[in-house]
Design a protein around this ligand. Structure first.
Ligand code: GDP
Ligand code: MG
Length: 599
């Protein structure tokens, strides 16, 4: 294939600005997908992506475009997620491209993730094409959006396509801009030693591990012996191909192309996203620049409800890890919940998505404990330890100081919400840093804040206060000393380790009260009285009591009413599914979730 006919690009945008819809239109316009096969957001192939309407996993597809000048082009389009938790995925897909289409919603303008994604694209030296979307909407303000892009980002918008991804208006301009502005692959020499970047992986039951790759130099074909440069593992290639978005076998890939490679790889540990594939026989001297390994910021304990499912759970984690290199986990045991894993995530959305995927794709019922950040403790004997699980906090007498991660939060918002958002940040123990003026309506509010306060419901509050208009991003700035205590919950006088949390002393009393009250509404009555207590060390700071129940509902039914009785039994059984026996008290899954949603 002629290199100058290839264009590799991603679409980047703030969430909901229309990336996936634009991808759909591009697939249609290039006749990549037959009209009758067309579904909305076709690249979002995971069920959970469809339901939530968000893109989580990047996905790539090859398109053919017959340009206005009569020439034919090959596009590799890589879709990316837009949520702040998934910026890692964005940076991976960008490393496989020469250009990026920056979609900006003309009714919203530039938002926090628009900027964050532009920075990622610039880091990867990509050509960025601004595209103004949703011009069909009456509230679209094209001039203003152009101005914002020029002022805030510094991209020239004179020729920016003005499109409606929904109706298809002017989408062809985007395709023409791709061929005219985005460079074809550079230094793509088929005869050089092979260097292919692995930017994604997934597990296929027939093919084994399938790697998504961008071939930079050289040629790769079925039967080749490949070497993974980081692990030095050697495999024989069994299948090579592209996605259209259907999986198509081509037998080979050449410099400049994007596709997939399978090599009967069963040892998942051999594959690292960001690693370089070369040939065992004529290896490249140096790997391509990989990705920074990023450190998860939020940890939670995951436990299978059915303890016999532990081996299945382990295997499921290994498979998900393949396509999600940001995921980390290690075995952990809880007195209350038994054997499980402590799993690290980029943020709360990431955590929810992983839990849902584990449950749906692998048929597991899981209990997730309250998420925690990593705390740094200096003990009285001078030793420094890190804990990612509140239950592991040592006795307060042995602790000299506790530090927690702080982040710099940048909130982009219309001017009228600044006051309420400042209040929110203060309630979240934020320290004011700056208020930047973007233009006559927009402001960037900058705060330093404990990361833990952001993972507890910050996003939802921000959205509701600003009626959806504010957006935020954050970067870790380091550890700081905080006045933190461990808050424990006791059910029937037994400490439930899975409920323990580390909180700022300022909130401890209030959280203890709210949590005991909430648990009282969530725990079913038992045939004995159950006290629920919140305690700091030995000191009980809040208490509620669940009264014993008197009669079993079932005996109220008339003996002849068999079918109703059966239904009731089934209902109780279904309800039971999500119950965990702790000591002698049954605790429903909702109780564990309740811990996350306090205030
Ligand atoms: P993404 O999060 O960037 O992938 O955004 P989506 O493509 O999922 O679009 C978010 C929402 O905006 C969906 O409800 C789309 O139907 C809608 N949308 C996308 N493009 C347009 C457009 O040009 N006009 C209108 N009216 N709605 C659009
Ligand atoms: Mg999307």
């Amino acid at each position: 294939m002629e290199k100058k006919a290839i264009r590799n690009f991603s679409i980047i945008a703030h969430i909901d600005h229309g990336k996936s819809t634009l991808a759909d239109r591009i697939l249609e316009l290039t006749n990549t997908v037959e009209k009758r096969e067309m579904q909305n957001q076709i690249l979002d192939s995971m069920a959970i992506e469809r339901e939530r309407g968000i893109t989580i996993k990047l996905n790539s597809v090859r398109l053919k475009y017959h340009a206005k000048n009569g020439e034919d082009f090959i596009f590799h389009l890589i879709d990316t997620p837009g949520h702040v938790d998934f910026s890692y995925e964005v940076s991976r897909s960008l490393a496989a491209c020469e250009g990026a289409i920056l979609v900006v919603d003309a009714t919203q303008g530039v938002e926090a993730q628009t900027l964050a994604n532009v920075y990622l694209a610039l880091e990867n030296d990509l050509e960025i094409i601004p595209v103004i979307n949703k011009v069909d909407l009456p509230s679209a303000d094209v001039e203003r959006t152009k101005q914002e892009i020029e002022q805030v980002i510094g991209l020239d918008c004179q020729d920016a396509p003005l499109i409606s991804a929904k109706t298809g208006l002017n989408v062809e301009d985007v395709l023409e801009a791709i061929i005219n502005k985005i460079p074809s692959p550079q230094n793509a020499d088929n005869n050089a030693p092979l260097r292919a970047l692995i930017f994604d992986n997934y597990y296929d039951p027939y093919l084994g591990v399938v790697m998504s790759v961008r071939v930079r130099e050289g040629r790769l074909k079925v039967g080749d012996k490949i070497k993974l440069m980081a692990t030095e593992a050697v495999y024989e290639v069994t299948e090579v191909g592209i996605k259209t978005p259907k999986v198509v076998k081509t037998g080979f890939l050449e410099a400049g192309e994007v596709g997939w490679v399978a090599a009967s790889i069963k040892t998942i540990k051999d594959i690292h996203v960001g690693d370089t594939i070369t040939l065992a026989e004529n290896p490249a001297s140096k790997p391509l620049e990989g990705y920074k390994k990023i450190k998860p910021m939020v940890y939670s304990g995951f436990y299978p409800l059915d303890t016999t499912k532990y081996p299945d759970f382990k295997e499921a984690l290994e498979k998900i890890e393949l396509s999600d290199s940001a995921l980390v986990y290690e075995p952990e045991t809880s007195q209350a919940l038994g054997f499980g894993f402590r799993v690290g995530f980029l943020g709360l959305l990431h955590m929810e998505v992983i839990q849902e995927r584990l449950e749906r794709e692998y048929n597991l019922d899981l209990i997730a404990t309250a998420p925690s950040v990593i705390y740094r403790l200096t003990l009285t004997n001078g030793e420094v330890i890190e804990i990612d699980n509140p239950a592991k906090m040592p006795n307060s007498q042995t602790i000299a100081k506790i530090e927690e991660p702080f982040v710099l939060v940048k909130i982009m918002t219309p001017e009228e919400h600044v006051g309420d958002l400042m209040q929110l940040c203060q309630n979240k123990l934020g320290v004011y840093r700056d208020l930047e003026v973007v233009d006559d309506q927009r402001r960037i509010l900058i705060y330093e804040m404990p990361l833990a306060e952001i993972i507890f419901d910050f996003f939802n509050k921000l959205k509701s206060i600003s009626k959806g208009y504010a957006s935020f991003e954050y970067d870790l700035i380091g550890y700081r000393v905080s006045n933190l205590v461990k808050l424990d919950i006791l059910l029937n006088s037994d400490l439930v380790d899975a409920f323990s949390m580390i909180v700022n002393k300022k909130f401890a009393y209030q959280r203890g009260q709210v949590l005991t009250k909430k648990l009282k509404t969530l725990l079913p009555r038992q045939n004995f009285e159950v006290p629920i207590q919140a305690a700091i060390g030995n000191k009980v700071i809040a208490r509620e009591t669940i009264k014993a129940y008197r009669k079993d509902v079932i005996w109220k039914l008339h003996a002849a009413d068999i079918s109703r009785k059966k239904k009731l039994f089934e209902k109780q059984k279904a309800g039971k599914k999500r119950m965990k026996e702790i000591g002698n008290v049954e605790v429903p899954q909702e109780a564990f979730i309740a811990v996350l949603k306090l205030d």
